[in-house]
Design a protein around this ligand. Sequence first.
Ligand code: ADP
Ligand code: MG
Length: 452
Amino acid sequence: MSKREYSQDNSDSEEQESTSSNETESTSESDSSDSSSSSSEESTTSSSSEETSEENSSSSEDEETETKTKTNGQVVENKQSFSDGKSLPWMVGKNHTFPVAGTEFTIDQRYQYIKKIGHGAYGIVISAKDRFENESVAIKKIMGVFDRLTDAKRTLREIKLLKHFNHENILCLTDLLIPPVKENFTSVYLVTELLATDLRQIINSEQQLSEDHIRYFLYQIIRALKYLHSGKVIHRDLKPGNILLNENCDLKICDFGLARISDPEEENHLLTQYVATRWYRSPEIILSWGEYTSAVDVWSTGCIFAEILNRKPLFPGKDFMHQLKLITMVVGKPSKKEINSLENEKARKFMKKLPNRKQFDFHKLFPSASEDAIDLLSKMLQFNPQKRITVEESLEHPFFATIHDPDDEPICEETFDFSFEKDKLTKGKLRRLIYNEIIDFHKKKRQTYKEK
Ligand SMILES: Nc1ncnc2c1ncn2[C@@H]1O[C@H](COP(=O)(O)OP(=O)(O)O)[C@@H](O)[C@H]1O
Ligand SMILES: [Mg+2]
């Protein structure tokens, strides 16, 4: 199938917020029936006492950046070179500082600010001109990285994952800015390829979307998921704001701060509590229902599919009880046996009380959708994750018959190693790990630069 063109009618809007606060809350596996929401991710693991004197101890990396920083905030000298004296030819070596939406960006002069393009829960994203490559890039500033242990972990996770992935439908990291001061930096800047917009903006625009558009969007999301899941990674926060698009309809998934391992044996201690976007959250997460797997991403993809079809969120729950009510109204109430298998007593009681319902007629709910679209959608939106269609099966579904190409749907050869999450990570340790990841990125880049 040829890629469909669409006119970009709103990519210029500067102040698009990618996350509505209404959509995001934290959930706790141990108390999923409590509607009160807390604002912190994995807050139970975070404690200021974990901050130790390690914070400022020197580390053993053999490569350092030579840095001079003026104290007036206008950092100008930031000579980026390794200890062997060789400079990094792709950096100017001088920073400049400019205000963006109430914060300051301090970045190498290689990048010239164009405008703010995004604002999520964790970062501010700008577009910039890369003077070295002579192209436009996106730069995400993650602020207050070490304010909470969970934010530092999230940042380390996102950096490691972005470095690990190499797939057409996953956002590609092009640079990681070296912090001017290794010991006490508080922000991290991720540079990635620039895309025109995100799916949230497209859905909210007047842009007409044909079924071919929708098919192509969906196909690329699922193609990316095949790669992620084969590398044992679950994204866990798929939503329109985390799906980027170009004018030619090329699509890339971004925002990997919540991603996790999909190996059931590893899960229990990792998946205790986290913040994700409620509207796209699967029933098994809301109900702490057994182990949860890559099927959570299929659920979110189903919600996104429905939202593209009807141009409005399918399950805009106000809190998670409301979320469950909305879900069961559309997909039906699970069987008694399924409800009895819920471990959480409160969750069981709540589900039992909900009125009995069968799946709503999807033809009525999605009047513009074809038979194939409706069939796939109803298979993705199965309440029970074990009955939900998998990513591999989705690719084989007749809805994708015209574009599915088994020879061009690569898997991730190397499983991502999440074992660092198991170590006792203090803020000081995380600072060093993040710094080392950044230096390692430049080391590898220098290697390929030499080879060129
Ligand atoms: N490479 C990019 N190209 C275009 N827009 C982007 C890019 N990266 C992020 N954005 C925009 O910025 C928003 C926030 O980025 P994201 O990585 O999701 O941060 P957060 O973790 O704060 O949600 C996205 O929803 C998107 O609108
Ligand atoms: Mg986001």
